[in-house]
Design a protein around this ligand. Structure first.
Ligand code: GLN
Length: 247
């Protein structure tokens, strides 16, 4: 079997090395003997998003988001159909914001989003920066999700999607309601940047499992040796001030 991974806007939306998530997905497939094809999708590229098994969009600054939103507008219906067909999508920070209804920038102007996730984002007076740890009911043991966040936007979820996780330490979606990220069908948004999937192997496998199930694969095979990944996870929990045994 061969899975196709679409990396959306790898040149514009790649803060903190978000592309590491794509590498992690491909490597975890290869370790299981499954072929992975990574395709970069830049603004203006002809691409049928429904032909992919997994899509990834990283974070970017307001300037990049404004460029990307114009290209996304042309892809709105294609992406919507792919989402309703349960293509797996992970979007981080600026990419996550673009899946919502809009992002209102500090100067009051709005960047329109795709409205695929029922949420909107408004820039606040301070930036929310630092290591974060959360607990997610979508994840198997240990259920914790660790990462680093840096955003000025506050994201508020509507009834059409659910939070991905509950904040143990850090800010999450808006620093107020304890939620982090959002989930709708196989679409996952999060504020957790950078090397998210390498140090959260259970989240990587959740995404891969859903993509493989959609292709009719019943099992992911034997578990991988994730001892290094879990060490990194525990270190990140510690950096966020959370004791792994209590989390
Ligand atoms: N516009 C985003 C913000 O809220 C960009 C964040 C990001 O992707 N790091 O700051």
């Amino acid at each position: 079997m061969r899975l196709r991974i679409g990396h959306m806007y790898p040149d514009l939306m790649n803060l903190y090395g978000d592309r590491g998530n794509v590498i992690a997905l491909a490597r975890r497939l290869q370790w299981r003997g499954i072929e992975a094809e990574i395709v970069g999708i830049a603004a203006g590229d002809a691409a049928a998003l429904g032909d992919f098994d997994l899509l990834f969009m990283g974070g970017g600054q307001d300037r990049e988001q404004a460029i990307v939103c114009r290209d996304l507008e042309a892809r709105r219906e294609d992406l919507r159909r792919a989402m309703e067909a349960d293509v797996v999508l992970l979007a981080v920070c600026g990419g996550y914001q673009l899946l919502g209804h809009y992002y209102r920038m500090p100067d009051g102007r709005e960047i329109p989003g795709l409205g695929i996730l029922d949420l909107h984002t408004e820039a606040g007076p301070t930036r929310m920066i630092g290591n974060a740890a959360c607990r997610s009911e979508y994840l198997p043991e240990p259920g914790t999700l660790v990462g680093f966040e840096n955003h000025g936007g506050r994201t508020y979820l509507g009834p059409g999607c659910a939070p991905l996780a509950t904040v143990l330490s850090g800010h999450g979606n808006n620093g107020e309601d304890g939620g982090e990220g959002a989930v709708y069908r196989n679409v996952f948004g999060t504020y957790l940047h950078g090397s998210l999937l390498p140090k959260n192997p259970h989240f990587a496998d959740l995404l891969l499992g859903r993509a493989l199930a959609r292709r009719g694969a019943g099992t992911m095979g034997d578990p991988l040796d994730d001892s290094l990944e879990w060490r990194a996870h525990r270190v990140a929990l510690g950096l966020a001030g959370v004791d792994g045994r209590e989390a």
